[in-house]
Design a protein around this ligand. Structure first.
Ligand code: CTP
Length: 447
C-alpha cells in the first residue's frame, strides 16, 4: 500500500484545497492529512485563521479524500510523521516548490500544481472587508505601525495626518500611502479607522474628534491622562457605534496573555506581590524629557507596568504612592507602590536611570519570573521551592509586536465588539486614573 501525506491549515476550505487533496490521494492508496493546530498557526505568525482546528479537521474529512487526519503542532513533526506512519510520498502545493526538498531523505517529495486565483488569505480578506486606516503622527511608533499592519488581514493604511504638511507628505511617500493631510477633518473623511500615535497631550483631542466623526480609534499609550477623559471617550465610542481601544502592546502579546491566564489558574497560588520594572535611557533633546509635553518616566512606562499590575491583581487597589527622582521638571526615575487589601505591587520606571526591566509575580506556591524585556514577553519561568518542578515557557513574538493589538482591533470592528478582555475598558480607565493622580502630584514625593 502506497502511503501519501500532506499538510495545511485548510482555513475556510476552498476549491484549491479540494483539488490538492484529490491530486494527493491519486498519488497512492492511503492519504494522511496533517491539519495545523490553532496554537501552531499562531506561533508561526498566522494570526487571522477563521476556523478553529475542529472545524478545519471536519472540513477536511468532509472532502472524502483523507483516510486519516492528524494534527500538526510543531516544527519538525513532518519527519516524525513520515517515519511513524511509514509514508512513501510527501505531497504539497507548488507554492512551496523547493521548500520541502529536505524530506527527500525520508520519502519521495512531490509538488502538486496549485489552483490559481483562490486562497484562504483572499477569502479571509473578503470576510473581514477592507478597512482604510489613517495614522495620526509620523514619529517612531507610527513608523513601526505600517509594516506591522501589513501582516493583518483587512487592514490597509491609506493616509497619514501631521499638522506639518511637508512632514505628512514625506511619511506618505516613504511608506507608499495613498494620501497625506495637514487638515484633520479632511483626513478623517478619508478613512474608517485611525491609529493615534501623536504626542501624549494630543491623544484626547485627536481621539475625540475621530470618534465624533464615527471613526474607530486605536490610541497609543499613555491613552489619556485622566479617568474622566477615558470614560468620556469610551461613552462617545458607544454612542457612535465605533470601537475605541488603548494600544497597550504587551497586553496583546501571546506570551503575556498566557502568563496572566496561568497565574489566574493558580499555578503559583494566591498572588501576593507583583514587581514590574521598565527603563529605557534617552538623551536630550527628546519629547520624553520635556515637561511641557507630559514627559517623564512614569508617563512613558507607567501604562505598561501599571497594566501588568492591574491585569494580575485587579482594579480594586486600596492606595497608591510614588517617589521620583526629578531632572528639569520630569521624573527620570519613579518607584510607585500600589497596595491591595491582601497584596502589594510596585512599578519602577526609568528614562535617566537604568534598571533591570523584569517582571516578578510572587505567590503562595511559587513565582513567575520574566526577564528583561518582559514587555516583549516571549519567554517566562515558573519557579518553586522544589526546583525540579521549575518550568520555562516560550511563545512567539513576531516583528515589533504591534500586529497583535492591530489584529484584536480589527476583530472588534468586524465583530462589533466594544470591549476586549485583553485590556478591558475598566482596566484602561484605572490606569488613566493612576497616571492622573501622578500628574496632580497626589501621593508623590520627590527625591
Ligand atoms: N493550495 C492549493 N491551491 C490553492 C491554495 C492552497 O493547491 N489555491 C494547497 C497548498 O499548496 C497546500 C494546501 O493547499 O498544499 C493547504 O494550504 P493552506 O496553506 O491551508 O491554504 P492557503 O489557501 O494557501 O492558505 P493561506 O492563504 O492562509 O496561505
Amino acid at each position: 500500500m502506497k502511503k501519501v501525506i500532506t499538510y495545511g491549515t485548510y482555513d475556510l476550505l476552498h476549491q484549491g484545497h479540494i483539488n490538492l487533496l484529490r491530486r494527493a490521494k491519486e498519488l497512492g492508496d492511503y492519504l494522511i492529512v496533517g491539519v495545523t493546530s490553532d496554537s501552531f498557526d499562531r506561533r508561526r505568525g498566522k494570526l487571522n485563521v477563521k476556523n478553529n482546528v475542529l472545524e478545519r479537521v471536519e472540513a477536511v474529512k468532509a472532502t472524502g479524500f483523507a483516510d486519516k487526519v492528524i494534527i500538526e503542532d510543531y516544527v519538525g513533526q513532518k519527519i516524525d510523521d513520515i517515519q511513524r506512519y511509514g509514508v512513501d510520498i510527501f505531497a504539497i502545493g507548488s507554492d512551496w516548490e523547493g521548500q520541502f526538498d529536505y524530506l527527500n531523505e525520508y520519502c519521495k517529495v512531490v509538488y502538486l500544481p496549485r489552483t490559481e486565483g483562490i486562497s484562504s488569505t483572499l477569502l479571509r480578506a473578503e470576510a473581514d472587508g477592507r478597512h482604510r486606516f489613517g495614522v495620526v503622527g509620523t514619529g517612531r511608533i507610527a513608523r513601526r505601525f505600517i509594516p506591522e499592519s501589513r501582516v493583518v488581514s483587512g487592514v490597509e493604511v491609506t493616509s497619514v495626518y501631521h499638522p506639518d504638511k511637508a512632514d505628512a507628505e514625506a511619511f506618505a511617500a516613504e511608506f507608499g500611502l495613498e494620501s497625506s493631510f495637514d487638515d484633520y477633518d479632511a483626513f478623517l473623511a478619508s478613512v474608517d479607522a485611525v491609529y493615534v500615535a501623536s504626542p501624549h497631550l494630543t491623544h484626547y483631542n485627536y481621539s475625540r474628534r475621530a470618534l465624533e466623526a464615527g471613526r474607530h480609534v486605536l490610541c497609543e499609550i499613555p491613552f489619556v491622562l485622566s479617568a474622566d477623559e477615558a470614560r468620556e471617550l469610551y461613552a462617545l465610542a458607544d454612542r457612535n457605534g465605533v470601537v475605541l481601544l488603548e494600544a497597550s502592546k504587551t497586553a496583546h502579546c501571546p506570551g503575556f496573555m498566557r502568563l496572566v491566564t496561568m497565574v489566574k489558574s493558580g499555578v503559583i497560588g494566591d498572588v501576593v506581590d507583583v514587581r514590574a520594572s521598565l527603563s529605557k535611557m534617552v538623551k536630550p533633546p527628546i519629547r520624553e524629557l520635556d515637561a511641557q509635553q507630559a514627559g517623564g518616566s512614569i508617563m512613558e512606562h507607567g501604562p505598561l507596568t501599571l497594566m501588568s499590575v492591574i491585569k494580575l491583581l485587579g482594579v480594586n487597589y486600596s492606595a497608591v504612592s510614588f517617589r521620583s527622582r526629578m531632572q528639569d521638571g520630569v521624573d527620570i526615575f519613579t518607584k510607585g507602590e500600589i497596595e491591595y487589601p491582601h497584596a502589594t505591587a510596585s512599578v519602577t520606571t526609568g528614562i535617566g536611570v537604568k534598571t533591570e526591566g523584569n517582571l516578578v509575580v510572587s505567590g503562595t506556591l511559587g513565582y513567575v519570573y520574566v526577564p528583561a524585556p518582559w514587555w516583549l514577553t516571549d519567554y517566562f519561568e515558573v519557579r518553586y521551592e522544589d526546583q525540579t518542578r521549575n518550568k520555562k515557557y516560550f511563545y512567539g513574538y513576531d516583528g515589533d509586536g504591534l500586529r497583535y493589538e492591530i489584529q484584536e482591533f480589527v476583530s472588534m470592528i468586524v465583530n462589533g465588539r466594544q470591549d476586549s478582555f485583553r485590556l478591558t475598558r475598566n482596566e484602561s480607565v484605572v490606569i488613566a486614573s493612576i497616571l492622573e493622580q501622578y500628574r496632580r502630584h497626589d501621593h508623590v514625593t520627590e527625591m
